[in-house]
Design a binder for this molecule. Structure first.
Ligand code: MF3
Ligand code: CO
Ligand code: CO
Length: 274
């Protein structure tokens, strides 16, 4: 979500603490969201349009008693976000064919029985340049290290520190204009999850908190701009950008990831059978 929206609303609120019933609901919504991302793997290839991918997810959601949180969210027109190459996030699916060498993020948020599953992964279109694959590797590792930092007794800045230190050590940059967010029976809640260290906002992590971690990492500078469609965010220097996102819950001992792939897909290239 955008940093501005987070500042206006969620960051003022005390993060809600959820019980076992919420964790059960989040497991089911998260699993379905991960299955939608798994389903897309075999469809992402040169010549396929992002609106065809959007239709696949919308049908999959309906067939499973769920629906997309993004369709008509603040006027957003589609069921998924597809962010290609220098698009940072919130790219809108369209009829343009994917091209060999593109990298894209697909972000899916499904609502199942009122619970929100929010997750995104990178995909390769055919063979991609080495620097693009490297950026995807680094970004996935940033997400996983951010998740490993989640534990009661720590604070949100432990997550930001884990992500920022790896990204900058690899001479990449962390996008500041978008952040992770609390979720549950709503799309965006407290706490706000920054992917860098911000001493003025540091929330203690407590069992029962539910939120996303969704770092956007650029090969070049961190600055972004939003195009005239009001959604598509791109890097100002047109450098490549990557993102991965999981929905997680804080447990007594650490963290539970709700959106892990049932097929064991973590980052591209995804090994498919046959
Ligand atoms: N799923 C995105 C997130 O991770 C939000 C997409 S909102 C949309 O926060 F309207 F752009 F789809
Ligand atoms: Co999110
Ligand atoms: Co998302």
């Amino acid at each position: 979500m955008s940093y501005d929206t987070a500042t206006q609303t969620e960051r003022r609120a005390e993060p809600p603490l959820h019980g076992p019933e919420a964790f059960e609901g989040m497991r089911r919504a998260g699993r379905l969201t991960a299955e939608a991302l798994d389903l897309l793997v075999e469809h992402v290839k040169p010549g396929v349009s992002t609106q065809a991918l959007d239709a696949l997810v919308s049908d999959f959601a309906r067939d499973n008693g769920a629906y997309s949180a993004t369709l008509l969210y603040r006027g957003y027109p589609k069921s998924i976000c597809t962010s290609i190459n220098h698009v940072v996030c919130h790219g809108i699916p369209n009829d343009k064919p994917l091209r060999e060498g593109d990298i894209l993020n697909i972000d899916v948020t499904l609502i199942l029985d009122g619970w929100y599953g929010d997750s995104s992964r990178m995909y390769f279109v055919g063979e991609v340049p080495r620097r693009a694959a490297r950026l995807c590797d680094i970004t996935h590792e940033c997400l996983m290290r951010g998740i490993e930092a989640v534990k009661p007794g720590r604070t949100t800045n432990a997550i930001g520190a884990a992500i920022q230190s790896l990204a900058e050590q690899e001479r990449c940059s962390v996008v500041r204009d978008f952040c992770g967010h609390g979720l549950g029976r709503v799309f965006h809640d407290a706490p706000t999850i920054l992917h860098y260290v911000e001493p003025s906002y540091d929330v203690p992590l407590k069992p029962g908190m539910l939120f996303t971690i969704e770092p956007m990492i650029n090969l070049g500078r961190p600055q972004v701009k939003v195009l005239s469609d009001g959604w598509t965010a791109v890097t100002r220097d047109r450098s490549l950008s990557a993102q991965f996102e999981h929905s997680v819950g804080v447990t007594e001992s650490g963290v539970e990831i709700f959106t892990l792939s049932p097929k064991g897909y973590h980052k591209p290239p995804y090994a498919t059978a046959g």
